[in-house]
Structure formats: structure tokens, C-alpha cells
Design a protein around this ligand. Structure first.
Ligand SMILES: Cc1cc2nc3c(=O)[nH]c(=O)nc-3n(C[C@H](O)[C@H](O)[C@H](O)COP(=O)(O)OP(=O)(O)OC[C@H]3O[C@@H](n4cnc5c(N)ncnc54)[C@H](O)[C@@H]3O)c2cc1C
Length: 493
């Protein structure tokens, strides 16, 4: 049976971080690496919200380049190279083809992508180059040949978002931090008008403890405003949300080792078609979303939008029947007008409330390390902690192990029964959803295959966690409820 260290939260910490997505986990690593006594609490599972639903790119952002946001692109490209150095097992170099179907597009894209190379400087992953139509099609045989002049091929980074999240959690633990999922912040306790402790509820047992803290960091992503209101009921909203959806198809639909960048959609965005884990990811959209949700569902018309836009660039249209998974995430976007006290950067914001709650919001996965460093710099001042510089620039991240050997769970998935045990023993997986969605990527790759694995995963996980059949059935039912909307959408419902 795998023990759970919830009682370890009943202690006095230098820093307590609320939220176990990219931002909070990064902050926990930064704080623990400085020698601060650190705890991180996650209400559900690590990366359950936005951090498992990205396009899986570690990138400077060619879109920002087109918008002239040079500083942001340079910073992200710098972070890209730091991350590849510190987590080479998780971040790789990927070639991106930007196709030109009009004669003037190739020089235009070439100039832009040369600028991207220059901004990357010595940390560049590889030089951009012009490919003629034949060379382009050799790399991407499914690309539409009619009217193709050529393309520019540039380099960017690719990763697995939840595997990086787990690696960060384990790195923080290696550095002495207490890191727990299914531990929700439900209130603050004060001394005078300053926050002195977080009330934390164990979501499995209902037990509550007080985690005392010199400083508390709010890294709750799309739930940022909820936690801010727990501190100050009159806090004005800092965030607005935007939904971004993806569809996933088998690799055969789009063979080749490179990704495709569709530089302009009808609504003026870019669309990526990216090889990932023997599948291909197509995305994304950008639609205002009124409220945060843990399991947002793509709308039917978004699937049609992505199928239609991708098909314009393919020899054979991609159809709904080929889609194996679809998912969406909510972007936490900072309302710049909302905070006057905030220290603003282009993409993320760090705000300190009157009671000393340090809120970090916005940003992207690529820049999580820099955001964490900035946040802990502020937290150090607010908490009056001993000065200690950030060490994360040169800090290798914990290497993860999945997938392992053993009986295959499903012929369409690269995971084995041993991976279930590994996830429970070493990666704090507590539910069938944790295993299938975020230790493995089954939900995100092939949702039907993932559903077929449910009873066996439930059984194996129950055995590992010392639970009974009733628990296994309840955890399996919970996963089936999460997968149901995606299954219905694929069935045309
Ligand atoms: C569609 C899409 C595509 C993207 N693609 C990319 C990409 O390719 N590259 C890139 O660099 N970035 C990308 N991003 C951005 C990136 O995914 C996000 O910036 C990042 O994941 C945000 O992480 P976070 O930790 O701030 O938030 P989250 O991941 O949402 O984490 C917040 C956590 O706080 C927890 N929480 C909430 N309330 C409480 C509480 N009371 N107690 C304890 N815990 C609590 C939640 O359960 C959640 O797990 C993309 C975003 C979207 C939406």
C-alpha cells in the first residue's frame, strides 16, 4: 500500500504554494532549491487543469514575433534552451514547416524566421532554411502539392506537459519540499491582518490541517480569482479566460517527423499540426470562456473548424471519423487594467495583497521557470526570508520512467500494466483519471482505447493503494464521466 504524507502539512513552512500546475510546481522547485522550507498543495491532481492541455510546444512564439513582441520572444527562447539543458529527457527539437502557396510568402516567412534565429542567438535549436516544393513534400508527404511554391523550415521545442509536471513535483520532493495532490486550500488564518497559515483539506479523508507559512503563493491558474476572493472578498477579477481546443488523429493521417504551421486561419490565428506520441495534434482555437472549469469540453463546431483548416493543407481531407481524441484547455489571461499594484510583465503578473498573499498569474509553460524565479523573489521579500538566489537555471530535473515493461494495456496505446504500479508508487497517482490522463496520456491520445482500459487500471490501482472493489468501481465511474463528452463528440453526439 502506498502511504500518503498528508500529516506532513501540519507544520511551519517558509513558503506554502497553492496550485500544482506548471506555475506552482515551478515555484516549489525554485523555493526548495533556495533552501526555503516549502510545501505545495494541489486540490485535485498535478496539472489537472490547464497544464495538461497545452499544444506541447516549448517555443518563443512565432505569433508574438509577428506582433513585434521582441522582448517576450527572446525571453521565451532563452527559457527554451535552459529547459532543454535541464530536462533533455522531456524536451526535444522539432522541425516546423511553414508552407508558401503564394510566391511572396516564402521571402516574407524567411525574413521573420531568420529574425527568430537571431533572437535565439547561441541557444538556437537549428537554423531556419528554405525548402523547395519537392523537399517540402519529402518531409511532409501528406501536404497539399497543388500550388505549393516551397516552405521555410524552422526549429522549436516540444515536450510532454504532464510528464514535465510530474518531473517538477519529484524534483521539489528531492529538494526537501512537501508536495501533495488532493490537498485543497479552503481558507486562510491570520495574525493581525497578515496571512499566517493555510487551512488545507485532505480531499480523500475530509481531514483538515493548518499549514503555517511565512508567505503564501497563489498559483491556481484559472482559479486565481477564487483564491484571491478567499483572501479578500472584494478583490476585483484579475483574469479573463479563453478556450483553446485540440483534436488528435493517428500519425498515418500526417506522416513525417516535422510539424506544420498553418500561418493564418480565417480568424487570423496560427494552427499547428504536430506529431506527438505516434499521433498528431491539431490546434488550437481561441474562444472567450465565462467561468473556470476542471474538465472543459470542446464545442462541436471547434472540431469542424480544425478539421476544415487542416484539410486545406492536406492532399486528402482529414475527417471526423479519423479523430481519436479531443480536448481543450482554458488560458488564464491577465486583465491589465484590473490591478494597479501589480508588477506587470508582458504575459504574467505578480500581485501582493494587503494581507501578503502573493499571486502569480498568466504566462505559459515555456516560461514557467522564469515566472517561478520572479515569484519567489517577491515571496522572499514579503515573507522576510533570508536572501538566497534562484538556482534553477542550472538545476537538472528529475528523470521520469514511464512507459515500462509488462503486459500492454491496449494495442493502440504504448502503456503497460507495470506503468500503473509505477504511477501509484512513485508518482502519486490516486485515481484512474490520474493514471490514464496525466501519468499516461491515454485520454489525450485515444479516448476510446483509454475507456477500454478502465476496469483493468481500476483493479491494478486499487491493489496498489490498498483499496477495495467498491473504490475501484467509483474511481472507474469517475473517469468514465470525464471521458463521456469526448466519446459522445466522436460518436457525433
Ligand atoms: C489550449 C492551450 C494551449 C497551450 N499551449 C501551450 C504551449 O504549447 N506552450 C506553452 O508554453 N504554453 C502553452 N499554454 C499555456 C500553458 O499551458 C499555461 O500557461 C500553464 O499550463 C498554466 O499553468 P498554471 O500552473 O498557471 O495553471 P494550472 O495548470 O491551471 O494549475 C492551477 C492548479 O491550481 C489548482 N487549484 C485551484 N484551486 C486550488 C485550491 N484552492 N487549492 C489547491 N489547489 C488549487 C488547480 O487544481 C490546478 O491544478 C497553452 C494553454 C492553453 C489553454
Amino acid at each position: 500500500m502506498t502511504p500518503r504524507a498528508f500529516a506532513a502539512l501540519d507544520d511551519a513552512f517558509d513558503v506554502v504554494i497553492v496550485g500544482g500546475g506548471a506555475t506552482g510546481l515551478g515555484a516549489a522547485v525554485d523555493a526548495a532549491a533556495r533552501g526555503y522550507k516549502t510545501a505545495l498543495i494541489e486540490a485535485v491532481d498535478f496539472a489537472k487543469a490547464t497544464s495538461s492541455r497545452s499544444t506541447k510546444l516549448i517555443h518563443g512564439g512565432v505569433r508574438y514575433l509577428a506582433e513585434g513582441d521582441i522582448h517576450l520572444v527572446r525571453e521565451a527562447l532563452h527559457e527554451r534552451s535552459i529547459l532543454r539543458r535541464n530536462a533533455p529527457h522531456l524536451v526535444g527539437d522539432l522541425g516546423f514547416i511553414c508552407p508558401a502557396y503564394r510566391w511572396y510568402e516564402a521571402p516574407y516567412y524567411y525574413a521573420g524566421l531568420m529574425a527568430y534565429d537571431v533572437l535565439a542567438g547561441s541557444s538556437n535549436f537549428g537554423r531556419s532554411q528554405y525548402l523547395n516544393a519537392r523537399q517540402t513534400r519529402e518531409r511532409l508527404p501528406a501536404l497539399r502539392a497543388r500550388g505549393l511554391f516551397g516552405s521555410i523550415r524552422y526549429h522549436d521545442g516540444q515536450f510532454d506537459d504532464t510528464r514535465l509536471a510530474i518531473s517538477l513535483a519529484r524534483t521539489a520532493i528531492d529538494l526537501g519540499a512537501v508536495v501533495l495532490n488532493y490537498a485543497r486550500a479552503v481558507g486562510f488564518e491570520r495574525i493581525g491582518d497578515r496571512i499566517a497559515a493555510v487551512r488545507v483539506r485532505d480531499e480523500e479523508s475530509g481531514v483538515e490541517v493548518r499549514a503555517r507559512a511565512r508567505v503564501v503563493v497563489n498559483a491556481t491558474g484559472i482559479f486565481t480569482d477564487e483564491l484571491r476572493r478567499l483572501d479578500d472578498s472584494s478583490a476585483r477579477p484579475l483574469l479573463s479566460l479563453s478556450r483553446g481546443s485540440h483534436i488528435v488523429v493517428p500519425r498515418e493521417v500526417f506522416p513525417g517527423d516535422d510539424a506544420l504551421l498553418v500561418p493564418r486561419t480565417d480568424d487570423g490565428r496560427v494552427l499547428f499540426i504536430v506529431p506527438w506520441h505516434r499521433h498528431v495534434l491539431i490546434g488550437t482555437t481561441d474562444i472567450a470562456e465565462p467561468a473556470p472549469s476542471l474538465d472543459p469540453v470542446p464545442h462541436a463546431d471547434e472540431m469542424e473548424y480544425m478539421l476544415a483548416h487542416a484539410s486545406r493543407y492536406l492532399e486528402r481531407p482529414v475527417t471526423r471519423s479519423q479523430v481519436t481524441a479531443l480536448f481543450c484547455g482554458l488560458r488564464p489571461l491577465v486583465n491589465r487594467a484590473a490591478s494597479t499594484t501589480a508588477k506587470l510583465s508582458r504575459e504574467h503578473v505578480i500581485e501582493t495583497s494587503r494581507s501578503g498573499l502573493v499571486t502569480i498569474a498568466g504566462g505559459k509553460w515555456t516560461t514557467y521557470r522564469k515566472m517561478a524565479e520572479d515569484t519567489i523573489d517577491v515571496a522572499r521579500e514579503v515573507g522576510g526570508l533570508a536572501a538566497a538566489p534562484s538556482r534553477t537555471m542550472q538545476l537538472p530535473l528529475h528523470e521520469s520512467m514511464l512507459p515500462g515493461t509488462g503486459a500492454a494495456l491496449h494495442p493502440n496505446l504504448p502503456y503497460t500494466e507495470d506503468d500503473v504500479a509505477y504511477a501509484a508508487r512513485h508518482e502519486m497517482a490516486r485515481t484512474v483519471d490520474d493514471v490514464l490522463s496525466r501519468r499516461m496520456r491515454a485520454y489525450f491520445l485515444d479516448v476510446r482505447a483509454s475507456a477500454a482500459c478502465v476496469p483493468r487500471v481500476g483493479e491494478l490501482l486499487a491493489r496498489e493503494l490498498g483499496r477495495d472493489e467498491t473504490w475501484a468501481r467509483a474511481s472507474s465511474d469517475a473517469y468514465e464521466a470525464i471521458a463521456a463528452p469526448a466519446l459522445a463528440a466522436l460518436a457525433g453526439g
